[in-house]
Design a protein around this ligand. Sequence first.
Ligand SMILES: Cc1ncc(C[n+]2csc(CCOP(=O)(O)OP(=O)(O)O)c2C)c(N)n1
Ligand SMILES: [Mg+2]
Length: 285
Amino acid sequence: MLDKKIYDMPRGTDMAWCPGCGNFPILNIVKMALAELDIKPQDAVICSGIGQAAKTPHYLRVNYFNGLHGRALPPAIAIKVANPRLTVIAESGDGDTYGEGGNHFIHTIRRNPDITNIVHDNMIYGLTKGQASPTSEKGLKNPIQRDGVIVDQFNPLAVALSLDATFVARAFTGDILQSKEIIKAAILHKGYALVDVFQPCVVYNKQNTYQWFKDKGYYVDASHDKTDKMKALVLAFDLERLALGVIYQREGKPTYETLVREGSTPLYEKGFDTGALEKLIGTYK
Ligand SMILES: Cc1ncc(C[n+]2csc(CCOP(=O)(O)OP(=O)(O)O)c2C)c(N)n1
Ligand SMILES: [Mg+2]
C-alpha cells in the first residue's frame, strides 16, 4: 500500500474551495483509494471539465487533463483507448457531467470504457454562484432561484441503469471510509463505473446540507443483490430515502478499449513515424 501523501501537492498550493466544502473530503478519499490500490501517480490520469469539482485534479499529484465545460469524459475515453494500462478517472460536478456534458454521459455509458466517473453532486452550479443544476431539487430556493426550481430533477442513477451501465453507485462525502471502499470498487470494476457522490455546497445550496444527506441517506446492506437491475432501478427512483453504496454491478461486458483494439495494438505500443507526421503537417502549410 502506498502512502497517500505521495499524491499531495506542495504546501501552500492555493485552493479555490470554500471552508467546509464537501469537495475536501472527496479529494482525500480519492487519494486514499489510489494509495490503497497501489496506483502510482504516474499511472493515474484524472480528466475534468469546468466548475469547483472539476478543479480536483489541480489539487493532487497525478497526470490530468482539465478541459472544457462538460468535456471530462471524451479525453478520458481517448486516454484509456490509447493506453489501457493507465487508471483513468473522470471527475467533475453534477452540472458539468449531467448538464453541459449530458450527451457525453449518455454515450460514454453506452460504450463502456474501463474508466471511473466520480461526480461531485452538490445539486447546484457552485462555481457560478447557485444556478439550478440538473440534479437541483424541484422547489429549491436560493437568491438566484427566487421562486424555486420549477422542473423535475435529473436522475443519474436511473439513466445509467437504463443505458446498461455495469457499475452504478452512490456515496456521501460525509462518510469517508464507506466512500473510499465504493470508489476503490469502482476503480477495480472492469468497465464504466459511475459514483455519484453527495457533496454539500455550504454556500449556495442551504437546503441539501450535511444533515439533510445524513437524514435521507442509508446504505444498502449485505442482503442487497447488486446484480438485480430492477431492484436497482427501484432504489434509483426512490427520492425520499436515498440509497448509498454499490446499487448495481455486473461483470463481463466487453469494454470499449477492447472492442476498438480488436486485432490491433494500443497506440502507446505503436512506433511513431515522425517523417509521416512532418509530411502531414506540411500539407497544412
Ligand atoms: C460552455 C460553458 N457554459 C457555462 C460556463 C459557466 N460555468 C462554469 S462552471 C459552471 C457550473 C459548474 O457546476 P458543477 O459542474 O455542478 O460544478 P460545481 O461548481 O458545483 O462543483 C458553469 C455554468 C462555462 N464555463 N462554459
Ligand atoms: Mg455542482
